[in-house]
Design a protein around this ligand. Sequence first.
Ligand code: AMP
Length: 537
Amino acid sequence: MIDNFQELGLNRELIQAVTELGFTKPTQVQEIVIPRQLETETDIVCLAQTGTGKTAAFGLPLIQDMDLDTAHTQALILCPTRELCRQISDDLNKYARFSKGFQLVSVYGGSSIELQIRSLRKGANVIVATPGRMVDLLDRKVADLSHVRRLVLDEADEMLNMGFKEELDTILSFCPANRRTLLFSATLPTEVEGIAKKYMYKPEVVTVGKRNQGADNVKHYYYMVQARDRYLALKRIVDYNPHIYGIVFCRTRQETQEIADSLIRDGYNAEALHGELSQTQRDWVMSRFRNKTLSLLVATDVAARGIDVNDLTHVINYNLPDEPEQYTHRSGRTGRADKTGVSIAIINTKEHSKIRQIEKIIGKTFAQAKVPTGKEVCSKQLFNLIDQIENTEVKDEINEYMSVVESKWAYLSKEEIIQRVLSIEFNRFLEYYKHAPDLNVPEPGTSSRSGKSSKGGEAAPAEKGFTWMELNIGTRKGITPRQIIRLMTACGVGKKGIGRIELYKEYTRLEVSSNVSQQIAKQLNGSSYRGKRLIAK
Ligand code: AMP
C-alpha cells in the first residue's frame, strides 16, 4: 500500500498541486495506474467507477509526460458529455497549476465552436473533447492529432451507449498508431471489449474493486410499495432525511418533469434536469445544485451523465432503469471520493426480480427498508429541528430585545415557549402525517405487517373485536379521516367502534367494531356519497 504521492514517481510540481488540493494519499486506482504509466508503455483498460479518483490517475502522469516546450497536441482525452469534459479540464488545470506552460483546450457541443477554434489555434498540449465536437473540428481541419502520444477514453461504456461508436472510429483513425491508449469504463460490455481489441495493443486490464461493482461505501436499499404510492414513498424518504442532497432518477423526461413539478408544488427544494431544457436552463439548474442551493435534482439518466458532484448523500431510483447495468452509473453518483452514500430503489411488487438482477451485476445485496411511518418522519423532523435550534448562532445584538421579549412572554412557562417555537416548523409535519397510512407492502411470500388490502399481499388481521371493511370511495373523492368518522357517526357508530383508517385514491379501508360491521354495510350499501353509489364490504 502506497501512503503518499512521492512514492508514485510524480514530479515536484504535481505533488505540490495535489498537496494544495488536500489529497494526502493516492486512491486505489491512482496507486495502480500512475506508476504503470510512468514506468511502462503498456495500454491499460481500467474498470473503475466515477468517484474513484480516476481523473488524477490518468491526468497526473499525462501532465508529467507533456513536452511543454512545444505547442503540438500530445494528448487527447475523449469523454461522453460536456459536463464531464469541463470537469476533467478543470481537474487537469488544477493538477497542472505549477507545471509552467501547460496548455489545455476543452471542446464540446452546445458551446461556440468559433471560440474553441480560436483557443485551439493558440496551441494545446492536451485536448479534452466530446466525440461529436471533435469530429466536427477534424472535419474543419482545425485540430491536428498527428502528434498525439497519449489517448484517454474516459467513460468508454457511456460513449458507446450514447452512440458515439462511429465518431470514435473516425477520431482514432487520425491518431498515430504508436500512441498509448488508456480506456476507463465502469462496465465492460462486449462493445467496449471490441474497442479495446481494435484500438489497443495488448492492453493490461486493471480492475479497481470488483468488476462492475458499485463503490464499497454505497449502501443499497429498496422500498417496496404499491405503484400508486411511489410518489408518497419518495416524499417520506426525503422527509425522513432532512439533510438530503441527492439525485432522483426517473425513466422519462415527462416523468422527470412531473415529479419535479409535484415536489416543487409540495414545497420541496427540487428542480428537473432533462434533455428538453435549454442549455442555459440546464446550466442554471446545475450551478444551483453544485452550490447546494438546490437539494434535489430530478433527472433522466442522459441528463445526469457526467454530473461532477461528489458529496451526494442519496441517489434515489424513483423508477429502476430499463437496463439494469445503468443502475451502476446511477448509484456511482454517490459514495464518491471516500464518502459514504445511499442508493435507494422504490419498487412495486412486480419489480422484485429486477433487484435480484441488479444485485448480480453489482455484486452486492440490497437491504429491504421500510418506508418510514408518519410518526417516524415526525420524530426525525422534530429532532432535526431541535439540533438546528441548538446549533443556531446567537448574535449579541439580540440582547437589546431580550427584555421586551421576556416581558411579553412573562405569562408563558419555559415549556410552553419551547412547545410553541418547535410548533412553528413542526405543525406542518404533524398535520400532513396525522393519518398517514403505512405504505409498505410485504415481499411476495411474506406476511403483511401493514394490514393492507389483498391488492398488496396478505391482509393483516384486524385488532381483536374489529373487522376490516372496505369502502369504494377514497382520496380522489376528497375523503379525509374526519369524513369517514362522520359517515360512521351517521350509521350510529361512535369513535370507539372505529379502529385504523387507511385512505387510498379509489377506496378506503377501515377497522370497525365486529358487532356493528353488518349494520354499517346495510346502511351504507346502495346509499350515495358525493354522487357515488357506495359499496361497503
Ligand atoms: P474522479 O473519480 O476523478 O471523478 O474523482 C472524484 C473526486 O475525488 C474528485 O473530486 C477529486 O478531486 C477527488 N480525489 C481524487 N484523488 C483524490 C485523492 N487522492 N485524495 C482525495 N480526493 C481525491
